[in-house]
Design a protein. Sequence first.
Length: 288
Amino acid sequence: MKVLPISITPIMNSVTNPIELIRTFCIFDDLSVLIFGKTHRGRPNSLSRSEVATIILMKTAFGINCLKKLYLLLQTKYSHEFHLPSYKNFVITINRYSLDFITLINALLQMHKQASNVIKIVDSTAIPVCKNIRIYAHKVMKRIATRSKTTTGWFYGLKLHIVTDLKKNILLLKFTTANVDDRRVLDEFLDQLNNSVILADAGYVSSKLQKKAAIRNNVILTGVRKNMKKITAAAQLFLLNMRGRIESVFSVLKERLGLITSLPRSENGYLAHYSRVLFGYLFQPLIS
């Protein structure tokens, strides 16, 4: 990877606030060697794993949601910095390495969890894979996507469950089919949390979860359903009002980073897209 020409650097700095391609590349090159090693089988790719990581963060910085637009940007403005293959091979390479980055995502989640404070927020959001009118014609995610209903209506796809801290750092995450009960996922999350106050909405009300949380010194504070006769203390109400912070995380993932898409043409393509979005959200602040 070559050094950026002077005319290009200010463009990147203004977009990424600021981000230097070379420094970013070096960071991920060191991480790649540390985690994946130097071994490579078969014919080498035109783009290395470190270059793909840098390209994904450029995609996040420029707010590009489509690989075609990303490829055109690299082709027109960064052709000297990256040795680009054909568009077809570019997509294949990006998708292949995007799945590798799940390892880096998990490593960063562990770091966030260790550095997090006592208060945590849990929630889930719908990830449609197509519009409702195309459900019966959609074949790509037919094996794992299901129908479910949220407060905004029916959808067909997956669910993203996350746990964050008050600083909007993601600590735990899990993708499930759309019809999985949120309490079932929280039950799994509790095995990885200790000494925490977990804020949740009324959909997580469960005496069984409360008992399990107490085993690891956790406390679950949930919203009150309409049919529940329960008085909420002022301190509890103050904490529960912080649940809105997790909605801003979902908003960034969906609206700014384009988590919801119907463009991939394979299951791996969908999973690679989701990993790219999460990778960009998690790693962008670290190198800004």
